[in-house]
Ligand binder design. Structure first.
Ligand code: ADP
Ligand code: MG
Length: 420
């Protein structure tokens, strides 16, 4: 192997090394529920790659450095977006300027020129699957490399042998393909791990639900009955009535939790019937009216559904699902406000939009919705939304949540409409 290839392979190793640390970023972002920000965080490592590449280049002509920096610059920008692109371009330019030589001018021109291509291809890259990403990535790297070589020739008359041109371009392109695939593998592994942890938690919950809930509910009902009898007996004094009332309240609370568990554990698809969506909404709103009055919340229902908009679902479960979501909205507005429920129909089904003016959630909180036991309330169970999500999923619908802190929250439940 000639010296050039050897040098470039060392460079290649240095370029790829920081990429392996990206796993740390993914882990960190999972741990802190920053699922949407890892792209920005992960792009810090290309900066280290650029530094390492530029520290060990190979030189044929004085003042010109040949290395694989194009790969981390292009990949980092494409994955990290424009702000990271600006950051990486500046890092590359500063380090290159510190090293000096005629090559600085060439680097500056090419690194600025390639921004035209970033503007054209960035969006497309982020939407593409792996083959598309490889195609865009290799084109951009080839552009950088060939521009560098050509400008060195035209401006400074630096002519490299044709076989060096070819080796250099091939190693750059190969470097990009390998780095890109590695990045994708790391990302996919992490997404799978994420799902696995979630699935594990869910299965623990449903096992618990099935085995314990039933056994506990019956004795609780008996207890409640006897306490009720003691109350109605009339012999209890003021204090004792208070004790008994509190006992009943707490038993009801416990029963609520168990009911949540049971609806979660039993998907019961075989009991599906065809139900009127608007009727179920009206019923659920009626159930929650006392709670709304207590919180001075006004519930406004806007129905834009066709008269015959039906849904195939289990009535009680569907009501439970709606009640959980409405209830959260009302609870979020402890100082009053309006809960707006809008029903709209479109080609693929119908959408129930539930909008409150409450305290809202941070991005991290939104990402955790539907996770068992996630609750920010003092007396919350963190089971309500888990139940709602699993019911909607069983019906074949989906839920989207939009929220910002202190501004309110919007739940969009999309459901398939049943057709005869
Ligand atoms: P719980 O209501 O028992 O806390 P849920 O599963 O119903 O459990 O809700 C989980 C968490 O999601 C709540 O504790 C709250 O932090 C958040 N949340 C849900 N809906 C809303 C909403 N409309 N506004 C603000 N926060 C909400
Ligand atoms: Mg709730």
């Amino acid at each position: 192997m000639d010296v050039l290839t050897k040098d470039l392979l060392v460079n290649f190793l240095l370029m790829i090394l920081p990429l392996l640390f990206i796993q740390i970023v993914y882990f960190y972002s999972y741990h802190n529920r920053l699922q949407n920000k890892e792209g920005r965080l992960a792009a810090i490592f290309p900066a280290i790659s650029i530094l390492l590449c530029l520290s060990f280049p190979f030189t044929i002509n004085e003042g010109f450095l040949w290395d694989l920096r194009a790969v981390p610059i292009v990949l980092g920008t494409l994955y990290g977006g424009y702000p990271m692109g600006i950051f990486l371009t500046i890092v590359a330019l500063i380090i290159r300027a510190l090293l000096g030589g005629d090559g600085v001018l060439i680097s500056t021109i090419t690194l600025l020129l390639i921004w035209i291509l970033y503007f054209i291809f960035m969006k497309r890259f982020q939407r593409s699957h792996i083959p598309g990403k490889i195609l865009i990535g290799t084109s951009l790297v080839s552009f950088l490399v060939i521009c560098n070589l050509a400008l060195s020739y035209f401006i400074f008359d630096v002519l490299m042998p044709i076989d060096v041109w070819i080796t250099f371009t091939i190693i750059n392109v190969t470097g990009l393909v390998i780095a890109l695939i590695l990045w994708e593998i790391i990302r996919t592994n992490f997404l799978i791990l994420n799902d696995l942890i979630r699935a594990e938690k869910m299965s623990v919950v449903s096992h618990l639900a099935a085995s314990i809930s039933h056994e506990v509910r019956n004795p609780l009902t008996v207890c409640r009955g006897f306490i009720q009898m003691a109350l109605q007996d009339g012999r209890a004094d003021q204090n004792q009535r208070y004790y008994l009332d509190t006992a009943i309240k707490e038993i009801d609370h416990a029963t609520d939790i168990i009911n949540d568990y049971l609806t979660f554990a039993k998907p019961a698809t075989e009991q599906y019937t065809v139900i009127h969506i608007h009727d179920e909404i009206t019923h659920s709103v009626k159930v929650l009216q006392p709670l709304a009055n207590m919180n001075t919340v006004h519930i406004s229902v806007k129905n834009h559904l066709h008269n015959d908009a039906m849904l195939k679902a289990e009535r009680k479960q569907f009501q439970q699902c709606l009640i959980n979501i409405f209830k959260n909205g009302i609870e979020a507005m402890s100082d009053g406000g309006t809960l707006t429920i809008t029903l709209s129909q479109h080609l693929l089904g119908c959408t129930i939009t539930v909008e409150d003016e409450g305290y809202g959630m941070t991005e991290e909180e939104v990402n955790r919705l539907g996770e068992p036991y996630f609750s920010t309330k003092e007396k919350g169970t963190g089971l309500g939304l888990m139940v709602s999500y699993s019911i909607v999923k069983a019906i074949g619908g989906s839920i989207k949540v939009f929220s910002s802190k202190n501004q309110g929250t919007r739940f969009e439940i999309t459901l398939p409409v049943h057709r005869e």
